[in-house]
Structures are given as structure tokens and as C-alpha cells.
Design a protein around this ligand. Structure first.
Ligand code: ARG
Length: 576
């Protein structure tokens, strides 16, 4: 149950009953301090101002009609007209019992929507690099969250698998085969293969001629070229899959919906945009002029959708792709996790899509942009030599560093156990460091911070889970067989229960805003709240029903942390 949303609805209804216009915001939020209750309604002052009445008097009218149905033990008017809501401890205890008994922690099933998530989207014959890392892990966390809520989620890996570069790649692949090389070996360094192809193209006129010819043949559906192209796609996908698997990312080959998929739609779209009067010929190219965007001379900006040589562009593909997502999936929302530098590109494509009537307003197109990954020096993250960092190398380094750490912390573990812990911690650290930051800002990639056992980090959260789980292991208690009911009597117990029951608010926040850091912050707060509870309220040394109740609170904490980390795509360990 999303308590905030529920209280918000109830206060909003009471406001209307007290004379506020329909739709007035109640603005119920979690209170910042315990003396202000658990939740606070902040919307009274705004409405009172509109109505021209005294806010505290209006607040009283709202309280007179507010029916919180046993949820609250106290409500009060504070300051200029806030309403503080103190939840009832019995109600909280009963809800916590329900959450523990539920296999989805009491989180309500969402009203099912069709949601397409466009993420990862690396390019064929290019290594995945750190830019794709952000899209991949943020997108995957949101996907997991939406699925957990009960939505129908379509993962769309918009692979860069089309374009004129394939001419030179096919020509070079052919060259390697003719030399009798081991193709999978030759392409294990796919980026090297790409560079080599480019060099040949630039320096060898004969090669360039062949390459250009292959572009034309591939585009006209020539079997030979298609087969070679497929080979390149397959090798790239195999390499990417290794990264996905290591990172516990849920993408597979089934989710690939690359640029080539929309190729057959492009000519028709250009025709249609022309027929609708949206696209016009300009210097041999087909262009859509958008009043919404001005160029530096203040004139409507022209978006090219077909070049003079007949070739289509990245934007043309994204126009087709949005249309396809509406027609094929009947999507309610399409979430794009792409670098902020592509914002204008997307806005232009979508403006055209809306104007052409390809998707109705009811389908929401959302760019969930993110900033760059920076090195400790504040500059874009690069290798020492200034090249892009291969994702696979980055993950290798994370493992080496985590291994050293575990070696120091737990020398007594078996080699196998150390490896397992190190790998789990390493991947979690890389992911969590990214997920825990506000998505839209650039973020500094810093090994020491991400592997620290203090602060809002993966090792801290994983360790917090292990610590709670160990309470049960140490005492030989099976967390699922605890008897009795949750009883809330101490202040720290109440704080813990309220925090536990805010899980759904975090889930909804991630889903709404596409911001996994909301979940990270929540889990970090929960771990802290549990620590204070654990210090103040002994568990195993408590007696009778208090002991049972506290064990249940610990079990619910462990379950919530595990579920929350799972939605972020982060694994937990029973021992570390
Ligand atoms: N392949 C592109 C890149 O590497 C990202 C594609 C994002 N998705 C989209 N629908 N344009 O920059």
C-alpha cells in the first residue's frame, strides 16, 4: 500500500468536502521530523489563499470532515496551516504483518500498462563503452521495477545495426575470410576490427569501391550481404551478452529491436510526410521545418529525414520506431534511457511524430536523460591513453579490486567463496554507484567510493542485508516460521515500521520518474533506521512476544532490503 498516495487522496477529498475546488492539491509528503508526525499535508495554505479564508481555520474544517479510517492516532494543525498526521501504531503493526506475509511485500498490483523501455542500445562492431553502461543499468532497474508492479514491459534494445558503415565492415570480413583467418578470433577485438575497416576504407580505393557497392547491395536486400551483416550482428550480440550476464542485466537476444527493424518503413514515412505537407524538398534533400525549433538566424529549424543520395537518417528511424511502438505494442508509455546529448534529436523526432498523427497524445514519450560518467579529474571517463574504456575491462578491474578487499576483510574464507563474494560485490558496486546518483547529472566514477563499506554504497547495503540475515543464522531460527504478531511499543520500533511501509512509495517513485536513486536512498535510510532500532531494542535477548515481534521486524527488514536490491538488479549474499 502506498500510504502517501492514500493519505493524499483522503485529505484531497476532505478539502473538497470543506469547500475547496475539485482537484486542489493536498500535497501530502513524508514529514521531515518525527515531531511533525509521519506525514504532512502542505496544500492547505495554497487553497485557503485562493478561497480568501484563514488557512488555520480552513485546516480545521478539513480535519472536521477528514476520515482516516483508523490509520491515524492523531492529527494536528501546525504553523500557518499544515496538517500533521501521526499514524496509529496498531494500524502500522497490522500492515507490517500483512507485508511480511505477502510475497510482494504488500505492494498493490498496478493498473496494467504496456510500457516500452528503450535502453542499452549499443552499436554493432563497436565495443560497449561506459556511456552504454549507464543506459543499460538504469534502464534495467526501471524495467525490473515496472514488472514487479505488474505492468506489461517490453524491453527494446535499439541496437545500432544499420548504416553505411556496414559496407566497409562486410568488405573487411570478406577479406579476413579470404585470408583463411579464424573469424571469431579476428573479431574478438571488434573495435580493432572496426578501426581496421575504416583505415582500409580511407586508404585503399579498391576496398572503398567494394565497400560502397556492398552498402547499396545490403540496402536492396542482397542475400550475400545480408548474411555477412548478420554474422557481424551475431558476434556483437554474443560479446554484449557476456557483459549483460556479468552485470545481471535482464536483456537477451529476444529484446533486440535494432535500427534495421524499421528500415522497411522509412521510404513510406518520407512519402507520407511529404503528402501531409510536413516534409518538403530542400536542395535535393527531404526536410521537415519545425517552428518549435529555431536555427541561429531565428528561422524554423530543418530536420533532414532523407539525404540527397536517398539515404535515411537516425531521426527518420526514430520517427518510424515511435510509430511502430504505438501500432505494435499499443504502448501507454515509452521510456527512452539515452544520454542527454541526444535530447534535441528525440524532441525533433517526436514533434514530427505528433504532428503527423503517428502516435496519439495518450501515448507518453519520455526521454529519461542522463549525464556523463566522469573520471576523478572531472573530465570524461577515459583510459590513461585517452581512449574509451571498454566495459569488459572496467568490469575486470572491479573484480580485481573487490577481490583484494575481500581478501583483506575475510582471509579465512575458501578461495571459491572469496571469488563468489568478490564478483557479486564488484558488479553491485559498479551498478549501485551509478544507480544511487540523480540520473540527470554527470557523475564521477571513483573506485574507492563505490567499494567503501560506509555510506550509500553497494557493499554497505549488501552488508546491511547480511547482518540482518545473520541474526537468524546465528540463532538457528527460520525467518518464515516466527509466530505471533508485530507489536509496536518503542519509538524505534515505530520508526522502523513506518520506514518499512514506505517501500511502495519508493517503488512508485522509481516507476514514475525513471529514477532508481529513489530506491537507493530509501534502502539506505531503511538500513540506518534498522541500525538505530537494533541498538535500542535487543532482539535475541528479548522475551516472549516482544522477541517474536522484533524477529518479525528483522525478517521484514531483510526481505525488504533484498527485494529492493533485486529491483535494482543487485544480488545479496547470506555471508560476506
Ligand atoms: N545506438 C545509439 C548510441 O549508441 C543509442 C540509441 C538510443 N535509442 C534510440 N531509440 N535512439 O548512441
Amino acid at each position: 500500500m502506498n500510504i502517501q498516495a492514500l493519505l493524499n487522496d483522503k485529505v484531497a477529498a476532505a478539502m473538497v468536502a470543506a469547500g475547496a475546488p475539485e482537484g486542489s492539491p493536498a500535497a501530502v509528503r513524508q514529514s521531515a521530523k518525527p515531531q511533525f508526525g509521519d506525514y504532512q499535508a502542505n496544500g492547505i495554505m495554497g487553497v485557503a489563499k485562493k478561497l480568501g479564508c484563514n488557512p488555520r481555520e480552513f485546516a480545521q474544517k478539513v480535519l472536521d470532515v477528514l476520515d482516516l479510517d483508523g490509520m491515524a492516532e492523531k492529527t494536528e494543525i501546525a504553523g500557518p496551516g499544515f496538517i500533521n498526521i501521526f499514524l496509529s501504531t496498531e494500524w502500522l503493526a497490522a500492515k507490517a504483518d500483512e507485508a511480511l506475509a505477502s510475497d510482494r511485500l504488500g505492494v498493490a498490483e498496478a493498473e496494467k500498462q504496456n510500457i516500452v523501455v528503450d535502453y542499452s542500445a549499443p552499436n554493432v562492431a563497436k565495443e560497449m563503452h561506459v556511456g552504454h553502461l549507464r543506459s543499460t543499468i538504469i534502464g534495467d532497474a526501471v524495467v525490473r521495477t515496472l514488472e514487479f508492479m505488474g505492468h506489461n514491459v517490453i524491453r527494446a534494445n535499439h541496437l545500432g545495426d544499420w548504416g553505411t558503415q556496414f559496407g566497409m565492415l562486410i568488405a573487411n570480413l570478406e577479406r579476413h575470410e579470404a585470408q583463411g583467418g579464424d573469424i571469431s578470433m579476428d573479431l574478438s577485438d571488434i573495435e580493432g576490427f572496426y578501426r581496421e575497416s575504416k583505415k582500409l576504407y580511407d586508404e585503399d580505393e579498391e576496398f572503398a569501391k567494394t565497400a560502397r557497392n556492398y552498402v547499396v547491395r545490403l540496402q536492396s536486400g542482397d542475400e550475400y550481404c545480408k548474411e555477412k551483416w548478420q554474422q557481424l550482428v551475431k558476434i556483437t550480440l554474443e560479446q554484449n551478452q557476456r557483459n549483460y550476464d556479468r552485470l545481471n542485466v535482464s536483456l537477451t537476444d529476444k529484446d533486440v529491436m535494432g535500427e534495421s527493424k524499421y528500415n522497411g518503413m522509412l521510404a513510406g514515412i518520407v512519402e507520407d510526410l511529404k503528402a501531409q505537407g510536413l516534409a518538403v524538398e530542400d536542395d535535393g534533400a527531404m526536410v521537415v521545418f519545425l517552428d518549435e525549433y529555431k536555427n541561429k538566424d531565428g528561422e524554423p529549424m530543418g530536420v533532414i529525414i532523407q539525404k540527397r543520395d536517398g539515404g535515411f537518417l537516425y531521426t527518420t528511424t526514430d520517427i518510424a520506431c515511435a510509430k511502430y511502438r504505438y501500432e505494435t505494442f499499443n504502448a501507454d508509455r515509452v521510456l527512452y534511457f539515452i544520454d542527454s546529448r541526444q535530447h534535441q534529436h528525440l524532441m525533433q523526432a517526436w514533434t514530427i511524430v505528433r504532428k503527423a498523427g503517428y502516435v496519439p497524445e495518450s501515448m507518453s514519450l519520455e526521454h529519461h536523460a542522463f549525464g556523463m560518467m566522469l573520471g576523478k579529474d572531472g573530465k570524461p571517463f577515459k583510459t590513461r591513453a585517452g581512449g574509451t574504456v571498454r566495459l569488459a575491462d572496467l568490469l575486470d578491474e572491479a573484480e580485481v579490486r573487490a577481490k583484494k578487499l575481500i581478501e583483506e576483510k575475510n582471509p579465512e574464507l575458501s578461495a571459491e567463496e572469496k571469488d563468489n563474494i568478490a564478483n557479486t560485490v564488484a558488479m553491485a558496486a559498479v551498478k549501485y554507484a551509478d544507480l544511487s546518483k540523480h540520473r540527470t547529472t554527470d557523475y564521477v566514477f571513483d573506485w574507492d567510493n563505490m567499494l567503501a563499506f560506509e555510506g550509500n554504497t553497494a557493499p554497505y547495503m549488501q552488508y546491511a542485508y547480511t547482518r540482518v540475515a545473520s541474526i537468524f543464522n546465528k540463532a538457528g531460527i527460520d525467518a518464515s516460521s516466527i509466530q505471533g504478531q508485530i507489536i509496536v511499543s518503542e519509538e524505534k520500533e515505530k520508526a522502523l515500521v513506518s520506514k518499512l511501509l514506505q517501500f511502495e512509495e519508493a517503488v512508485d517513485g522509481v516507476a514514475r520518474e525513471g529514477q532508481p536513486h529513489i530506491m537507493c536512498s530509501y534502502l539506505f535510510e531503511l538500513a540506518g533506521t534498522f541500525s538505530s532500532f537494533y541498538e535500542a531494542c535487543p532482539i535475541l535477548n528479548a522475551e516472549g512476544e516482544t522477541k517474536q515481534s522484533r524477529l518479525k521486524l528483522a525478517a521484514l527488514t531483510a526481505k525488504t532490503i533484498k527485494q529492493g536490491l533485486d529491483l535494482l538488479g543487485i544480488k545479496t549474499l547470506e555471508r560476506m
